[in-house]
Structures are given as C-alpha cells and as structure tokens.
Unconditional design. Structure first.
Length: 281
C-alpha cells in the first residue's frame, strides 16, 4: 500500500516502463470497501491492463470534523480485499499528503449544478470531491476512471470536469449492486437494524413506482413514488426529483423520453441515495 505522492509516481513510472502502452484504470474510493467496489475492480479489468485504487477519506466531502472522524475506516480489510483481487497499485495517503494546506487548498468548483440535489443537502460535497478527483487524475494520469452508477450526479460532474479541464480520461460505469431487499450495497446498510432495513427498502420500491407510472408524466411519476413512502415514520425524505440525463436539470411536465428519478432520504440517522432510469411517455 502506497502512502505518498513520490511513491505513487515512482511505482507508476515503473509500470509504464515495463509495459509501454498499458492502459491504466483509476478507481477512487473513501475506503470501507464492499461488494460494489469489487464490481468496480472487475469492470476496470475489462477496460484496462493495470488497476489503481485510491483510498482517501476526503475531509473536504464532510460537513464537520466530527463527521469526518466518524466515517468507518477498515484499512487492513481493504488492503486484503484489493490484494486478493490482484490490484496492482493501492494509494492510501494521509490527508496532509493530498491536502497539505487542509481546506485552504486550491479547489475545483462544481458550479450551480453542484448545489442541486446532493449539493443542496451537502453544499461542500461536490467541490471537495472534484478537487481531489482532479488531483488524482493529475497524479495517476489514468486512461479510464471507473465509477458506480449509484451516484449519477457524481458521474455527470466528473464527466463535465474532464471535458472542461481537458483531462484525457475516459469514464466507465458499473450498474448499482443491490441486495435482496433492493437496496444498493453500501457501508451504511450494514449499520441498520432489521426494522430500519425494512423501512429503507421502501426507497427502491418508490423508484419502482416512479418507473411504473412514468408513462403518465412527471407529476404522476413523483406522486406514485411519494405514495410508496407514505406512512413510514422512519424515513425522512430529502429530495425526490426527475432529471434529464443530458443536463441533470429537472424535466418539465409534458417532457418525454429517457430520464432519471433521484431520491435521497435518511433512515435511523443514516443517509441513502438511489436512482432509477425511467422513460417518460
């Protein structure tokens, strides 16, 4: 496991010298790896010759120092998992390595779109995410970056950053890994008690309801999703939106064609996001 920028650059130089032209894939994570990350590694193997995984609990993505400190860290388990998958490079720097000036670092901004949906709940989140992603792109110089589709706003904003800042990086995505209850696999799911899991499972059910009613228009689609959540006091809904995948802006009533239904909610103090592709009639 590599922890410094100098070590990372040296290791990547060795790899490129030994295998000129080898394609390199980057998977950026904040650790506590799970089955969803395994799928990212498998996808990276399909599109590249060498896999680099970064593990960095990015303080710029958290609202408070307490949230940052509370995020679960499992470095030994993460290292064993990535070793078993044959990952060539694991980059796990301390905060001071990537952010020597802390939050005073030069930042990449997500703009107005970074303040919608996830950005409305966490206005600091996407600027922090893109800032570190840009640093990793600069350091690793990957041919392709691999992301899960569970956070489509992240994927959209990374694609836009790549375009706007002229990074020569492709983007590959992986479908959301779900458990038997329909919930996306995540660290937070494992923290829920049974009764809270039952409540949280209503979130993907709400998206299913939205998809089933999409042919009736945006308002009917959202109303059906809201109805699926009614009567469950454990769910605190933050947003439920239908957006155009090409712009990530809300669609108008009367729109037709492909769209994304987005949902975010808290259950027992744990926050969940999910989405579903729908087709408006």
């Amino acid at each position: 496991m590599i922890s410094t920028v100098d070590e990372l650059r040296a290791r990547l130089a060795e790899i490129r010298a030994a295998a000129p032209g080898a394609r390199i894939a980057l998977i950026s994570t904040i650790g506590s790896l799970h089955d969803g990350h395994i799928d990212l590694v498998h996808r990276a193997r399909e599109v590249a010759d060498v896999v680099v995984v970064s593990i960095f609990v990015n303080p710029l993505r958290f609202a408070t120092p307490a949230e940052f400190a509370a995020y679960p860290r499992t470095p030994d388990d993460d290292e064993r998992l990535l070793e078993s998958l044959g990952v060539e490079v694991v980059f796990a720097p301390e905060s001071s390595e990537l952010l020597p000036d802390g939050s005073a670092t030069t930042k990449v901004t997500a703009g107005d779109l970074g303040l919608r949906y996830e950005g409305r709940a966490r206005p600091f989140y996407f600027d922090g995410l893109l800032t570190v992603e840009a640093k990793l792109f600069h350091l690793v110089q990957p041919d392709v970056a691999v992301y899960g589709e569970r956070d489509p706003q992240r994927v959209f904003l990374v694609r836009r950053m790549i375009r706007d800042l002229f990074f020569n990086v492709e983007v590959a995505t992986v479908e959301t890994v779900r458990g038997d209850d329909g919930l996306p696999v995540s660290t937070r799911v494992g923290l829920l008690e049974d009764r809270d899991l039952t409540a949280a499972a209503l979130l993907p059910a709400a998206l299913d309801a939205a998809a089933a009613n999409a042919d009736r228009g945006v308002d009917a689609c959202i109303a059906a999703a809201q109805s699926a959540l009614m009567g469950e006091p454990r769910i605190r809904l933050e947003y439920l939106s239908v957006v155009d995948p090409a712009t990530f802006l809300p669609v108008d009533e009367g729109s037709s064609g492909p769209a994304l239904a987005l949902i975010a909610a808290s259950v027992a103090g744990h926050r969940f996001i999910d989405n579903a592709e729908i087709y408006l009639g």
